[in-house]
Write a protein that binds this ligand. Structure first.
Ligand code: SF4
Ligand code: SF4
Length: 343
Protein backbone atom coordinates (compact mmCIF):
# COMPACT_ATOMS: atom_id res chain seq x y z
CA UNK A 1 0.00 0.00 0.00
CA UNK A 2 1.35 3.43 -0.95
CA UNK A 3 -0.28 6.72 0.02
CA UNK A 4 0.42 10.41 0.33
CA UNK A 5 0.10 12.18 3.67
CA UNK A 6 0.14 15.96 3.76
CA UNK A 7 2.43 17.11 6.58
CA UNK A 8 -0.41 18.76 8.47
CA UNK A 9 -2.38 15.49 8.42
CA UNK A 10 0.23 13.59 10.43
CA UNK A 11 -1.42 14.54 13.71
CA UNK A 12 -4.78 13.33 12.35
CA UNK A 13 -3.28 9.89 11.62
CA UNK A 14 -1.70 9.69 15.06
CA UNK A 15 -5.04 10.61 16.69
CA UNK A 16 -6.65 7.64 14.93
CA UNK A 17 -4.18 5.30 16.64
CA UNK A 18 -5.84 6.14 19.95
CA UNK A 19 -5.75 2.61 21.38
CA UNK A 20 -1.95 2.48 20.90
CA UNK A 21 0.96 3.97 22.77
CA UNK A 22 2.62 6.27 20.26
CA UNK A 23 6.26 7.34 20.42
CA UNK A 24 8.23 9.72 18.23
CA UNK A 25 11.56 11.52 18.39
CA UNK A 26 11.61 14.58 20.66
CA UNK A 27 14.43 17.03 21.31
CA UNK A 28 15.38 17.40 24.97
CA UNK A 29 18.64 17.86 26.90
CA UNK A 30 20.45 18.61 23.61
CA UNK A 31 19.62 15.24 22.01
CA UNK A 32 16.85 13.62 20.01
CA UNK A 33 15.35 10.57 21.66
CA UNK A 34 12.11 8.64 21.42
CA UNK A 35 9.43 9.99 23.75
CA UNK A 36 5.76 9.23 24.35
CA UNK A 37 3.44 11.36 22.21
CA UNK A 38 0.75 12.80 24.44
CA UNK A 39 -2.73 13.42 23.07
CA UNK A 40 -2.98 16.72 21.24
CA UNK A 41 0.76 17.34 20.90
CA UNK A 42 2.47 17.64 17.55
CA UNK A 43 5.14 15.30 16.19
CA UNK A 44 8.32 16.85 14.84
CA UNK A 45 9.97 14.56 12.29
CA UNK A 46 12.85 16.91 11.47
CA UNK A 47 15.11 14.85 13.72
CA UNK A 48 18.58 13.50 13.18
CA UNK A 49 19.14 9.95 14.38
CA UNK A 50 17.98 9.45 17.97
CA UNK A 51 20.58 8.86 20.66
CA UNK A 52 18.87 5.70 21.93
CA UNK A 53 17.76 3.00 19.51
CA UNK A 54 14.44 1.21 19.09
CA UNK A 55 15.87 -1.91 20.73
CA UNK A 56 14.79 -0.30 24.01
CA UNK A 57 11.13 -0.94 23.09
CA UNK A 58 11.69 -4.71 23.05
CA UNK A 59 14.73 -5.13 25.29
CA UNK A 60 14.55 -2.55 28.11
CA UNK A 61 17.68 -1.72 30.09
CA UNK A 62 16.15 -3.29 33.20
CA UNK A 63 13.22 -5.67 33.39
CA UNK A 64 11.78 -7.93 36.06
CA UNK A 65 11.44 -11.60 35.10
CA UNK A 66 9.42 -12.53 38.19
CA UNK A 67 8.94 -11.60 41.85
CA UNK A 68 9.64 -13.97 44.70
CA UNK A 69 8.77 -14.10 48.37
CA UNK A 70 8.32 -16.61 51.14
CA UNK A 71 4.83 -17.30 52.47
CA UNK A 72 4.60 -19.62 55.49
CA UNK A 73 8.12 -20.74 54.72
CA UNK A 74 7.23 -21.68 51.14
CA UNK A 75 8.76 -19.82 48.17
CA UNK A 76 6.11 -18.14 45.99
CA UNK A 77 6.86 -16.84 42.50
CA UNK A 78 4.73 -14.20 40.74
CA UNK A 79 4.98 -13.90 36.96
CA UNK A 80 5.67 -10.45 35.47
CA UNK A 81 5.45 -11.25 31.77
CA UNK A 82 4.69 -7.94 30.02
CA UNK A 83 1.34 -7.37 28.35
CA UNK A 84 1.85 -3.98 26.69
CA UNK A 85 -0.62 -2.01 24.63
CA UNK A 86 0.06 -2.02 20.90
CA UNK A 87 2.91 0.45 20.40
CA UNK A 88 3.66 2.50 17.30
CA UNK A 89 7.02 4.26 16.96
CA UNK A 90 7.30 7.06 14.39
CA UNK A 91 10.46 8.44 12.84
CA UNK A 92 12.59 5.30 13.01
CA UNK A 93 15.70 5.78 10.88
CA UNK A 94 16.40 2.87 8.51
CA UNK A 95 19.62 1.90 10.31
CA UNK A 96 17.61 1.43 13.52
CA UNK A 97 14.99 -0.54 11.61
CA UNK A 98 17.67 -2.89 10.29
CA UNK A 99 18.71 -3.65 13.86
CA UNK A 100 15.37 -5.24 14.62
CA UNK A 101 15.55 -8.40 12.44
CA UNK A 102 19.01 -9.01 13.88
CA UNK A 103 17.60 -8.77 17.40
CA UNK A 104 14.68 -11.03 16.41
CA UNK A 105 17.20 -13.67 15.34
CA UNK A 106 19.07 -13.49 18.65
CA UNK A 107 15.96 -13.63 20.83
CA UNK A 108 14.56 -16.56 18.86
CA UNK A 109 17.70 -18.60 18.41
CA UNK A 110 17.99 -21.37 20.97
CA UNK A 111 15.05 -20.15 22.99
CA UNK A 112 12.11 -17.93 22.15
CA UNK A 113 12.42 -15.15 24.70
CA UNK A 114 8.85 -14.49 25.91
CA UNK A 115 9.70 -11.09 27.42
CA UNK A 116 11.15 -9.85 24.14
CA UNK A 117 8.36 -11.26 21.99
CA UNK A 118 5.53 -10.00 24.24
CA UNK A 119 6.66 -6.50 23.29
CA UNK A 120 7.89 -7.23 19.78
CA UNK A 121 4.61 -8.73 18.57
CA UNK A 122 2.79 -5.52 19.47
CA UNK A 123 5.36 -3.12 18.06
CA UNK A 124 4.90 -1.28 14.77
CA UNK A 125 7.88 0.64 13.41
CA UNK A 126 7.13 3.62 11.18
CA UNK A 127 10.40 4.44 9.47
CA UNK A 128 11.48 7.76 8.02
CA UNK A 129 13.94 7.66 5.13
CA UNK A 130 16.96 9.93 5.53
CA UNK A 131 17.06 12.66 2.87
CA UNK A 132 20.75 12.94 3.72
CA UNK A 133 23.09 11.29 6.23
CA UNK A 134 22.58 12.84 9.64
CA UNK A 135 26.07 12.39 10.92
CA UNK A 136 29.55 12.35 9.38
CA UNK A 137 29.78 8.88 10.94
CA UNK A 138 26.85 7.31 9.06
CA UNK A 139 27.93 4.19 7.16
CA UNK A 140 24.68 2.28 6.55
CA UNK A 141 25.51 1.79 2.86
CA UNK A 142 28.87 0.23 3.68
CA UNK A 143 27.12 -2.58 5.59
CA UNK A 144 24.44 -3.37 3.01
CA UNK A 145 21.77 -0.91 4.10
CA UNK A 146 20.66 2.41 2.70
CA UNK A 147 19.08 5.67 3.88
CA UNK A 148 15.74 4.28 2.68
CA UNK A 149 16.13 0.60 3.60
CA UNK A 150 12.83 -1.11 4.40
CA UNK A 151 14.49 -3.95 6.32
CA UNK A 152 12.82 -4.35 9.73
CA UNK A 153 10.32 -1.53 9.21
CA UNK A 154 6.54 -1.90 9.00
CA UNK A 155 6.07 1.41 7.17
CA UNK A 156 8.53 3.66 5.34
CA UNK A 157 7.77 7.37 5.09
CA UNK A 158 9.71 9.64 2.75
CA UNK A 159 9.71 13.38 3.33
CA UNK A 160 8.78 15.19 0.09
CA UNK A 161 8.74 18.65 1.65
CA UNK A 162 5.07 19.52 2.04
CA UNK A 163 3.97 15.86 2.18
CA UNK A 164 5.13 12.35 2.94
CA UNK A 165 5.13 9.36 0.66
CA UNK A 166 4.00 6.52 2.96
CA UNK A 167 4.53 2.87 2.07
CA UNK A 168 3.04 -0.01 4.07
CA UNK A 169 5.55 -2.87 4.12
CA UNK A 170 4.12 -5.47 6.52
CA UNK A 171 0.62 -6.52 7.54
CA UNK A 172 1.04 -4.54 10.80
CA UNK A 173 2.11 -1.51 8.80
CA UNK A 174 -0.80 -1.69 6.36
CA UNK A 175 -3.21 -2.07 9.30
CA UNK A 176 -1.80 1.07 10.94
CA UNK A 177 -2.28 2.96 7.67
CA UNK A 178 -5.83 1.66 7.27
CA UNK A 179 -6.65 2.92 10.76
CA UNK A 180 -5.76 6.41 9.59
CA UNK A 181 -7.19 6.09 6.10
CA UNK A 182 -9.11 9.39 6.20
CA UNK A 183 -5.85 11.28 6.66
CA UNK A 184 -4.25 9.87 3.52
CA UNK A 185 -4.56 10.81 -0.13
CA UNK A 186 -3.84 8.83 -3.26
CA UNK A 187 -0.38 8.77 -4.81
CA UNK A 188 -0.58 11.15 -7.79
CA UNK A 189 1.43 11.46 -10.98
CA UNK A 190 4.92 12.51 -10.10
CA UNK A 191 4.86 11.45 -6.42
CA UNK A 192 6.56 8.15 -7.16
CA UNK A 193 9.24 9.78 -9.29
CA UNK A 194 9.84 12.42 -6.63
CA UNK A 195 10.20 9.74 -3.96
CA UNK A 196 12.74 7.87 -6.06
CA UNK A 197 14.64 11.09 -6.68
CA UNK A 198 14.85 11.76 -2.92
CA UNK A 199 16.12 8.21 -2.39
CA UNK A 200 18.67 8.50 -5.21
CA UNK A 201 19.93 11.83 -3.88
CA UNK A 202 20.28 10.51 -0.33
CA UNK A 203 22.27 7.51 -1.56
CA UNK A 204 24.63 9.78 -3.46
CA UNK A 205 25.72 11.69 -0.34
CA UNK A 206 29.12 10.48 0.83
CA UNK A 207 29.28 8.16 3.83
CA UNK A 208 32.11 6.53 5.75
CA UNK A 209 33.54 3.85 3.41
CA UNK A 210 34.44 0.44 4.81
CA UNK A 211 36.48 -1.19 2.05
CA UNK A 212 35.85 -4.84 1.21
CA UNK A 213 33.12 -5.99 3.60
CA UNK A 214 33.49 -9.64 2.57
CA UNK A 215 37.19 -9.67 3.43
CA UNK A 216 36.71 -8.30 6.95
CA UNK A 217 35.89 -11.58 8.78
CA UNK A 218 39.11 -13.21 7.62
CA UNK A 219 41.15 -10.09 8.44
CA UNK A 220 39.76 -10.13 11.99
CA UNK A 221 40.45 -13.85 12.36
CA UNK A 222 44.05 -13.42 11.21
CA UNK A 223 44.64 -10.49 13.56
CA UNK A 224 43.45 -12.30 16.69
CA UNK A 225 46.89 -12.20 18.39
CA UNK A 226 47.96 -8.88 16.91
CA UNK A 227 49.24 -6.10 19.22
CA UNK A 228 47.06 -3.77 17.10
CA UNK A 229 44.08 -4.37 19.39
CA UNK A 230 45.91 -3.16 22.50
CA UNK A 231 47.19 -0.16 20.57
CA UNK A 232 43.75 0.80 19.26
CA UNK A 233 42.08 0.34 22.67
CA UNK A 234 44.66 2.10 24.82
CA UNK A 235 42.42 5.12 25.52
CA UNK A 236 39.20 3.14 26.09
CA UNK A 237 37.70 3.85 29.51
CA UNK A 238 35.31 0.89 29.44
CA UNK A 239 32.23 3.10 29.80
CA UNK A 240 30.09 0.88 27.56
CA UNK A 241 28.40 3.76 25.69
CA UNK A 242 29.29 2.11 22.37
CA UNK A 243 27.25 -1.00 23.10
CA UNK A 244 24.44 0.55 25.12
CA UNK A 245 23.55 2.89 22.23
CA UNK A 246 24.02 0.22 19.56
CA UNK A 247 20.75 -0.94 17.91
CA UNK A 248 21.98 -4.56 17.85
CA UNK A 249 24.05 -5.12 21.02
CA UNK A 250 22.02 -7.39 23.25
CA UNK A 251 24.20 -8.83 26.04
CA UNK A 252 22.53 -9.04 29.41
CA UNK A 253 23.01 -10.20 32.98
CA UNK A 254 20.44 -11.77 35.31
CA UNK A 255 20.48 -11.13 39.06
CA UNK A 256 18.24 -11.72 42.05
CA UNK A 257 17.64 -8.44 43.84
CA UNK A 258 16.46 -8.95 47.41
CA UNK A 259 14.04 -6.26 48.57
CA UNK A 260 13.46 -7.59 52.09
CA UNK A 261 15.78 -10.14 53.71
CA UNK A 262 13.22 -10.76 56.45
CA UNK A 263 10.32 -11.70 54.16
CA UNK A 264 12.54 -13.07 51.41
CA UNK A 265 10.89 -10.69 48.94
CA UNK A 266 12.77 -9.83 45.81
CA UNK A 267 12.90 -9.77 42.05
CA UNK A 268 14.79 -11.63 39.37
CA UNK A 269 15.99 -8.89 37.06
CA UNK A 270 17.57 -8.76 33.62
CA UNK A 271 19.82 -5.77 32.94
CA UNK A 272 21.97 -4.84 29.98
CA UNK A 273 25.56 -6.01 30.19
CA UNK A 274 28.47 -4.93 28.09
CA UNK A 275 31.52 -6.67 26.65
CA UNK A 276 33.58 -3.51 27.27
CA UNK A 277 33.19 -3.77 31.05
CA UNK A 278 36.28 -5.28 32.74
CA UNK A 279 34.24 -7.86 34.69
CA UNK A 280 32.08 -8.99 31.75
CA UNK A 281 33.93 -12.29 31.42
CA UNK A 282 35.28 -12.52 34.96
CA UNK A 283 35.15 -16.11 36.23
CA UNK A 284 34.29 -16.94 39.84
CA UNK A 285 37.86 -18.25 40.12
CA UNK A 286 39.12 -14.71 39.57
CA UNK A 287 40.51 -15.55 36.13
CA UNK A 288 39.44 -13.11 33.42
CA UNK A 289 40.00 -14.31 29.84
CA UNK A 290 39.52 -10.73 28.56
CA UNK A 291 41.38 -8.85 31.22
CA UNK A 292 42.86 -6.19 28.95
CA UNK A 293 41.26 -3.39 26.92
CA UNK A 294 42.51 -4.72 23.58
CA UNK A 295 40.87 -8.12 23.98
CA UNK A 296 37.59 -6.43 24.86
CA UNK A 297 37.67 -4.15 21.81
CA UNK A 298 38.54 -7.21 19.71
CA UNK A 299 35.50 -9.02 21.14
CA UNK A 300 33.09 -6.18 20.27
CA UNK A 301 34.39 -5.90 16.72
CA UNK A 302 34.64 -9.69 16.22
CA UNK A 303 31.10 -10.28 17.45
CA UNK A 304 29.76 -7.79 14.92
CA UNK A 305 31.93 -8.54 11.90
CA UNK A 306 33.10 -12.14 12.32
CA UNK A 307 31.05 -14.33 14.70
CA UNK A 308 27.65 -12.92 13.72
CA UNK A 309 28.56 -13.25 10.04
CA UNK A 310 29.58 -16.89 10.61
CA UNK A 311 26.38 -17.66 12.50
CA UNK A 312 23.80 -15.53 10.70
CA UNK A 313 25.33 -14.52 7.36
CA UNK A 314 25.08 -10.81 8.08
CA UNK A 315 26.92 -8.18 10.10
CA UNK A 316 25.66 -7.32 13.55
CA UNK A 317 26.10 -3.65 12.66
CA UNK A 318 23.77 -1.35 10.76
CA UNK A 319 26.15 1.56 10.27
CA UNK A 320 24.26 4.09 12.41
CA UNK A 321 27.59 5.48 13.65
CA UNK A 322 26.42 6.07 17.24
CA UNK A 323 29.35 4.13 18.74
CA UNK A 324 31.75 6.47 16.92
CA UNK A 325 29.96 9.74 17.56
CA UNK A 326 29.34 9.11 21.25
CA UNK A 327 32.60 7.42 22.29
CA UNK A 328 34.19 9.89 24.76
CA UNK A 329 37.72 9.03 23.62
CA UNK A 330 37.14 8.79 19.88
CA UNK A 331 37.42 5.05 19.27
CA UNK A 332 36.09 4.62 15.76
CA UNK A 333 34.88 1.20 14.59
CA UNK A 334 35.32 2.10 10.90
CA UNK A 335 38.93 3.16 11.50
CA UNK A 336 39.48 0.01 13.58
CA UNK A 337 38.21 -2.18 10.72
CA UNK A 338 40.39 -0.28 8.23
CA UNK A 339 43.50 -0.86 10.33
CA UNK A 340 42.69 -4.52 10.88
CA UNK A 341 42.06 -4.97 7.15
CA UNK A 342 45.38 -3.37 6.26
CA UNK A 343 47.44 -5.23 8.88
S1 SF4 B 1 23.28 5.49 8.94
FE1 SF4 B 1 21.99 5.66 7.08
S2 SF4 B 1 19.92 5.22 7.79
FE2 SF4 B 1 21.14 5.69 9.63
S3 SF4 B 1 20.87 7.89 10.03
FE3 SF4 B 1 22.71 7.67 8.72
S4 SF4 B 1 21.96 7.86 6.58
FE4 SF4 B 1 20.17 7.46 7.90
S1 SF4 C 1 32.38 4.14 24.13
FE1 SF4 C 1 34.59 4.26 23.67
S2 SF4 C 1 35.57 4.45 25.69
FE2 SF4 C 1 33.48 3.72 26.09
S3 SF4 C 1 33.71 1.46 26.13
FE3 SF4 C 1 33.15 2.01 24.01
S4 SF4 C 1 35.14 2.19 22.95
FE4 SF4 C 1 35.59 2.27 25.19
Amino acid sequence: MEKILNQEKLREWVDMLDDCEVYAPAFADSVWNYARVEAGTDIDLSHTNTIGSVKEFVFPQREVFFRFEKKDGVPVLTATLPDPKPTVVFGVRPCDGRGMPRNDTVFNKEFEDPYYWARRDKLTLVGLACNQPHSPNCFCQSVGGSPHSEDGLDILMTDLGDRFHVKGITVKGVEAMERGRDAFGAVRDGDQAETEKVHDTSRSHPQRPLGNLDAIPEAIRESFDSPLWADMAQHCIGCGICTFLCPTCHCFDINDEVISPTTGEGERVRTWDNCQFPDFTMHTSGHNPRADLGSRLRQRVSHKFLYFVENHKTQQCTGCGRCITECPVGIDIVAVLERVSQS
